[in-house]
Ligand binder design. Structure first.
Ligand code: GRG
Length: 314
């Protein structure tokens, strides 16, 4: 993962797993030369080169944090990135946010046309469920719930509805939208990793509960930081057009309380997430005492990624 703030243990973790994630993505995707080639080109175009690959890293990190083997979880982690990339492709469409720049390149529909971009998104969503099946039924359910109408898609619906409607512009409303549009998939990524580590029965409630609390705070902090970056970042840093939220009249934290208070809120939430890191790891250690030595480094990893979520520049 590139970008200025990728500190400490998490930076090292990303350096270790970035290439295997790329390999798992290529493994999961249909090859470019397979018919229908234009569709597969559009899928590859949207995925490579990627963005930060945060969600697959979160899945791998959660797997490690609950005492699992990271490598067998790569396919499920790659699946989450496919699903996330579908959401970006659809989010950029003219009927959504209508953007022409993503990950430093023209958006998928600008290159392949709207119909093919829509279908490439559909195919990325579908292949994601093929990939996550490797992590077991609990992981599939977690991903479906996080990505569906009660999660990401539901959040997107309300995000669009709030555009330009000042009556909806309140902090509880923006928080709800962030929790669903962004937080649900971030939490689901962690859950996929935890369920993959746990085997067929999935992770127990004692692990899931603190992990969900951690993920929800991380997701909130991440999206507030995203709203702030829309105001302070450049197209070169972000790989997408800055000031897009302002242009669309989006409901954002900075629009409601200003940039400085938003950043302070994001940092506070990241600190609260970081404070939960030992709780998550202790819950994992309670059910897997044998894994205690590998769990030692996991607290720092979970804490570093919380810092990264708010201090990043892209
Ligand atoms: C079903 C027609 C249809 C559309 C769905 C689900 C959806 C459209 C949109 C999802 C909502 C969305 C795009 C939320 C934004 C979340 C977010 C902050 C995305 C950017 O994530 P990063 O910064 O991006 O991790 P990279 O490029 O680094 O992966």
């Amino acid at each position: 993962m590139t970008g200025r703030a990728s500190p400490g243990a998490f930076g090292a973790f990303v350096a270790e797993w970035a290439l295997p994630v790329e390999e798992a993505l290529r493994d999961l995707l249909p090859p470019l030369h397979e018919a229908p080639t234009r569709l597969h080109e559009a899928m590859h175009y949207a995925l490579f080169p990627g963005g930060k690959r945060l969600r697959p890293m979160l899945a791998l990190l959660a797997c490690k944090a609950v005492g699992g083997e990271v490598r067998p979880t790569l396919r499920a982690a790659a699946a989450i990135e496919c699903l996330h990339t579908y959401s970006l492709v659809h989010d950029d469409l003219p009927c959504m946010d209508d953007d022409d720049l993503r990950r430093g390149r023209p958006t998928c529909h600008k290159v392949f046309g709207e119909a093919l971009a829509l279908l490439a998104g559909d195919a990325l969503l579908t292949v994601a469920f093929e990939g996550v099946a490797a992590a077991g039924a609990a992981a599939v359910i977690a991903l479906a719930k996080g990505a569906g109408s009660l999660g990401m898609v539901g959040g997107q619906v309300e995000d669009l509805a709030a555009e330009g409607d000042a009556t909806q512009h309140t902090l509880p409303r923006v928080q709800w939208i962030h929790d669903h549009k962004t937080g649900a998939l971030i939490t689901a990524s962690l859950l996929v990793g935890a369920h993959a580590a746990a085997g067929p029965a999935g992770a127990p409630f004692s692990v899931v509960e603190p992990l969900v609390r951690y993920g929800d705070l991380l997701g909130r902090a991440f999206q507030i930081a995203d709203d702030c970056l829309d105001l302070t970042g450049t197209a070169a840093e972000l790989g997408k057009n800055p000031l897009a939220d302002v242009a669309l009249g989006k409901l954002t934290w900075p629009a409601l309380v200003g940039l400085q208070r938003s950043l302070a809120a994001a940092r506070q939430m990241a600190a609260e997430a970081a404070a939960l890191a030992p709780v998550v790891v202790a819950a994992a250690a309670a059910i897997r005492p044998a894994a205690r030595s590998t769990l030692d480094g996991a607290v720092a990893l979970l804490q570093d990624v919380a810092t990264y979520a708010v201090e990043r520049r892209r």
